[in-house]
Ligand binder design. Sequence first.
Ligand code: NAD
Length: 308
Amino acid sequence: MGTRKVLVTGCSSGIGLAVAVRLAKDEAKRFKVVATMRDLEKRGPLEKAAGDALNKTLAIQKLDVCCEESIKACINSLPDRQVDVLVSNAGIGMIGPLECQSITAIKELFDVNLFGLVRLVKEVLPDMKQRQSGHIVVMSSVMGLQGLLFNDVYSASKFAVEGFCESLAVQAMKFHIKTTLVEPGPVITEFERKVYEDAENIDLSETDEETARIFRDIYLPYSKMVFTTLGQTPEEVAEQTHKVITAKEPPLRHQTNRLYMPMTALKHADPTGRLPLEAFYKMIFKHDRVFKATLGVLRMLHRRGGNK
Ligand code: NAD
């Protein structure tokens, strides 16, 4: 196989940046990467991380996943519009009680997380079908498999992404196009910083006192603990995404965080949904000490290099 042309979205920071750089620095030089971002003024960190690969195996282009014209302009500028691997990574987060989120903000989140992906796929799929080859790689989340307290809207967007890809994958397969959902658990990026910054400033007067207390005094400290205990680096996620893209038979789903797997497995163990529901309820509201002790064990496993 010759050099594969890869287009990655959301490369000004975090996972997108790390994936673009990892593929551009592929030891066997199997990829030419078009690393895209909404705002080219933010290209500094990517240029620095790309180093020698810049303008050789990595080119930077503008692309806003919320704007069809921007997607078309970027893809039309590529020789033969060729995208062999699409990495749909751009995404935004949201946490907090539902009553405190505006419908406008919720629609904006879906516009990036779901419709951004839909716009991209609509643009590249016909060409991939014609070439009878291609790989659509989507940065989903474990929250696309298992909902989590105060993540209702974000989780809904990632469930939508999962449903979209799962349905599309069957048709794509007929045209020899592969589909992969990469499902990270917590990753320490700008995403996390922005989400917690928004959470600190959220107007909790829109909800009742008990919900505000649960969010502020239970959810936020727990969630931060989970990030420090289980959080991966964007480079770890990029390494696994590179493996998935170079695999002979890429999987439909790939969870990047082994330590998070027991939480998503609960769902498959009980089709009535009671098991995960009760487990999460008890973990958060009843067994504070068990939760903290479990995190302690996981932290130890993580330090011993168990989170590969
Ligand atoms: P990040 O905030 O560092 O990166 C997200 C990128 O998307 C940013 O560069 C941002 O500018 C870009 N973006 C936002 N709107 C855009 C638009 N309209 N057009 C183009 N780009 C746009 O966060 P990250 O953690 O690297 O997130 C990358 C992906 O990974 C997201 O889809 C996110 O949902 C997913 N994810 C993140 C985590 C986590 O804990 N950080 C966990 C699981 C999945």
